[in-house]
Ligand binder design. Structure first.
Ligand SMILES: Nc1nc2c(ncn2[C@@H]2O[C@H](COP(=O)(O)O)[C@@H](O)[C@H]2O)c(=O)[nH]1
Ligand code: MN
Length: 548
């Protein structure tokens, strides 16, 4: 038997490869060793642990797998433990995939992991219908698909690119607190007041009332609605922040004033979004426009996004019931042992009052149907205040009309810059760093430099993005901070943290995230955002074990 000629490549960076001739005398049990040795010596992969077949993504685990799959000219992708990067192909490339799809990585200052860039590229070049892909400066690797990425597609929707926390996002609310009530040690008192925020809110009839909006009901049934008004695990949080600096002109339609105390809520659709896992695994990876499945998915997706927005508003009401006692509108935020049903008027009143307090609410995990390409506002808009300037797909040059179509913008950890419902740019967006680093106030920009938002796919970074995986943060930071209390403000950080889950304290430590200023600098350099201020967190609420 002649030797077998294969290519060994890095799973995380598939352009790095080396040829390998596997001698015919090599037994099946030792081929793996030979491949690992090539990855170590030729490709400098320190700890190879898994091998996949390029294209199919088949993992080679047993001698039988090797016997069945290894043949001349195949590529073996070696991984340091991460999942296969790429879309598993059963046969040929999908007829609608686009090997030439442009990919923009908007990061220079912010560090990006090679694996995440490979994930953006392989997704853009293999999934059907993708016409434009962007890695924002907060880009980091996900299990299969990247986070901090945007994919624009024509005629296809890909649920896995959004993930299961559909509708996750961030909302800011004004409060009536003053900075002297939250600065320094006062933050501890405020943290103590945040009680009764875990567990179900009231009865199902009240939840259903809360979940009624202009489009009808977005109730998901008692099983999922019982989580309404709760933040949830992971890196979801609600924070009391102070606006340390703001250059937003006084009287602007959307305003954050210097020294103001605000509430930032980060949560999503809780368990409800996860029911859509049926669309994110197996053969449902891509749904074609017009199909029954895509229609069903989009209906459920839109409902989950409305549920998530209602959830953030209710979380805010529950927080304000602790922070602004005596304020009638927030009374129903409290769960008392006798809590009965509220009347519908009380719920409508609280909903209208919290809407008045809302500064902005954005979704960073969703798919949005928008007109494409974005085009400059009409010349008459030059003198309009920024918020009234729509992006209008009008003449590019006098007499020339853009060919307008609709596309799907998939965001997994990316903030929108524009509201397709109103055709208007969003006025402000939060760019949170971590619980102890600033949250930057961004104003999206639409200029020639970004082809009116085309380059950044009408999106911005949604945070600083992880610089360390959860597992790495847990192992290294629990060592680094072994004898320190991370829940109290260290020198200069000023954040009181409520987090009764020990591992989460380390997984979410500020060191696990990139430098948020590197991220905002990249956005400014690309001409897609302006920095108009920043906030600092005083109290960060993640999870409280009420039984303690
Ligand atoms: N202000 C805070 N920001 C935080 C915290 N934990 C994470 N973050 C930042 O938010 C985004 C959220 O990411 P997502 O992918 O989970 O939606 C993340 O990139 C961080 O930069 C926190 O406790 N407080
Ligand atoms: Mn999120």
């Amino acid at each position: 038997m002649p030797a077998t000629r294969v290519t060994v490549a890095l799973n995380a960076k598939q352009s790095q490869k080396a040829p390998l001739l596997i001698p015919a005398s090599t037994s099946l049990s030792s081929i793996q060793e030979v491949v690992f040795k090539t990855a170590k010596t030729k490709l400098r992969l320190k700890k190879p642990t898994r091998i996949f077949v390029g294209g199919s993504g088949q993992e080679l685990l047993s001698e039988e797998d090797w016997a069945r799959h290894v043949c001349d000219d195949i590529t073996l992708l070696v991984s340091a433990g991460e999942e296969f990067v790429g879309v598993r192909k059963e046969g040929k490339q999908h007829v609608d995939s686009n090997a030439e799809c442009p990919v923009y990585i908007l990061a220079q200052k912010a560090p990006v992991d090679e694996l995440s860039v490979t994930q953006v590229e392989t997704t853009a070049h293999t999934l059907p219908g993708i016409i434009h892909a962007v890695g924002q400066p907060d880009l980091h690797p996900g299990t299969k698909f990247p986070i901090g990425a945007v994919f624009v597609s024509r005629k296809w929707v890909h649920p896995p690119l959004i993930g299961s926390d559909i509708g996750c996002g961030m909302a800011w609310y004004h409060t009536k607190l003053s900075r002297s009530q939250v600065d320094g040690d006062k933050g501890k008192k405020i943290a103590e007041k945040l009680r009764g925020l875990e567990g179900s809110w009231r009865k199902q009839a009240d939840r259903e009332q809360w979940l009624l909006d202009r489009a009808g009901s977005c109730s998901a049934g008692e099983q999922w609605d019982s989580a309404l008004g709760t933040i949830g695990a992971g890196n979801h949080f609600a924070e009391i922040q102070v606006v340390e600096s703001s250059s937003i002109p006084p009287g602007s339609e959307v305003e954050l004033k210097q020294d103001e105390v605000i509430l930032l809520v980060h949560s999503g659709s809780r368990g409800y979004g996860s029911i859509l896992k049926k669309y994110t695994s197996g053969s449902h990876i891509s749904l074609e426009e017009g199909s029954q499945q895509m229609q069903e998915y989009m209906e459920e997706h839109d409902k989950a996004c409305r549920w998530a927005k209602a959830n953030r508003n209710l979380i805010a009401v529950r927080f304000l019931s602790c922070l602004e006692p005596g304020e009638e509108a927030w009374e129903l935020g409290r769960n008392t042992p006798q809590t009965g049903f509220c009347d519908a008027d009380a719920i409508s009143y609280a909903k209208s009052k919290i809407a008045e307090r809302q500064v902005v609410d954005i979704l960073h995990n969703n798919v949005q149907r928008v007109k494409w390409p974005p085009a400059p506002p009409p010349p008459s808009a030059a003198s309009m205040p920024a918020l009234e300037v729509g992006l209008s797909n009008v003449a590019l040059e006098p007499g020339e009309t853009a060919v307008v179509e609709h596309v799907y913008i998939h965001r997994k950890g990316a903030a929108p810059t524009y509201d397709p419902g109103t055709n208007l740019p969003l006025a402000l967006l939060p760019l949170p760093g971590s619980r102890a680093t600033p949250t930057i106030i961004l104003k999206p920009q639409f200029t020639v430099a970004s082809s009116w938002g085309l380059k950044n796919a009408l999106s911005l970074a949604h945070g600083a993005g992880r610089s360390m995986s959860r597992a790495k943060a847990l192992s290294s930071l629990s060592q680094k901070y072994r004898n320190q209390n991370l829940l109290e403000p260290g020198s200069g950080t000023g954040t009181w943290v409520i987090c009764d889950e020990k591992d989460l304290v380390f997984e979410e430590a500020p060191d696990a995230y990139k430098d948020v200023y590197a991220v905002s600098d990249d956005l400014v350099r690309e001409g897609v955002a302006e920095v108009v201020g920043w906030c600092q967190t005083r109290v960060s609420y993640k999870v409280r074990n009420e039984a303690r």
